[in-house]
Design a binder for this molecule. Structure first.
Ligand code: HPA
Length: 282
């Protein structure tokens, strides 16, 4: 059984994509649940299905398109992933690194990542934005790390630091963009807790996350950030708070996926505005 992609696998995927595009992308975008409409805004779009790209994992989540969109957004050359790969789909962790490494070979310098997340911080409301200043990856700490297996020195070191990927300047720029668009009061900078899912967290688990400094929780992003950090790509990540996490044992409400999707739909336009304006300023 394979334990990672070979360097040749990544090169093959990147070379295949080069034959499909006319301009190399500078920025990568990964769209979270309910937020992939941004990819439809890409101009001069060149769409490549994951299933056509050598070695690329397949997207299994219903409603995720499973394609890369190359083109222009706010005048910038982008490649946008419509559909991402989550631990709960059953992928080996190293598979999640592939799209990021392909981005690296195509020349991407910054990846903008969005996700849907539950609000743990009691000041966060449904519909708020949270810029990630860090993550606590329960999956990573438990051994689900995309860098597990033989290290590919051509991408990065065996023991990389992750924090430099959460670039302070990019975070400040994104926050300023949010303020200028009138979203200042509903935009926070916080710590994202990554869980494997697909079951939602228990009340006890959420209270633990609150106590150790978590502000929001979700089932994606951390593996992508670790992969980006490894190969020297900076990230700018923004969660949409789609639901308020239930921290009370006696509560009668329970989290559900419908609420996540519904909030995503309702706030998708504002998230798109935020990202397109941010791209303009990059
Ligand atoms: N927990 C985990 N993942 C999520 C949540 C949540 O409450 N909301 C959106 N994604």
């Amino acid at each position: 059984m394979a334990v990672s992609y070979s360097h040749e696998n990544v090169v093959e995927a990147a070379e295949f994509l080069k034959t499909k595009i006319s301009t190399a992308p500078c920025y990568g975008i990964i769209c979270g649940s309910g937020l992939s409409g941004l990819g439809d805004k890409v101009e001069e779009a060149n769409i490549v299905k994951y299933s056509d790209i050598p070695s690329f994992p397949r997207s299994t989540v219903q409603g995720h398109k499973g394609q890369l969109v190359f083109g222009k957004l706010s005048g910038k050359s982008v490649m946008c992933m419509q559909g991402r790969f989550h631990p709960y789909e059953g992928y080996a962790a190293w598979k999640i690194a592939l799209p990021i490494r392909v981005m690296k070979l195509l020349g991407v310098k910054v990846v903008i990542i969005t996700n849907a997340a539950g609000g743990i911080n009691r000041t966060y409301k449904v519909g708020d934005f949270m810029i990630l200043k860090d993550h606590i990856s329960f999956t990573g700490l438990a051994g689900y790390n995309p860098l597990t297996g033989p290290n590919d020195d051509k991408f990065g070191p065996r023991f990389p630091a992750v924090m430099p990927a959460y670039d302070r300047e990019l975070r400040a720029m994104f926050h300023d963009t949010a303020k200028d668009l009138g979203f200042g009061d509903i935009t926070h900078q916080g710590v994202y807790c990554n869980v494997a899912g697909p079951s939602f967290e228990t009340v006890g688990e959420l209270n633990m996350m609150l106590r150790i400094g978590g502000d929001a929780v979700g089932m994606s992003t951390a593996q992508e950030v670790v992969s980006a950090a490894h190969c020297g790509i900076k990230v700018c990540c923004c969660s949409l708070i789609t639901n308020e996490c239930v921290l009370d044992y006696d509560a009668t409400t329970a989290p559900n996926h419908e609420e996540v999707l519904e909030t995503g739909k309702r706030r998708a336009d504002d998230m798109q505005k935020l990202i397109t304006e941010f791209l303009k300023r990059l």
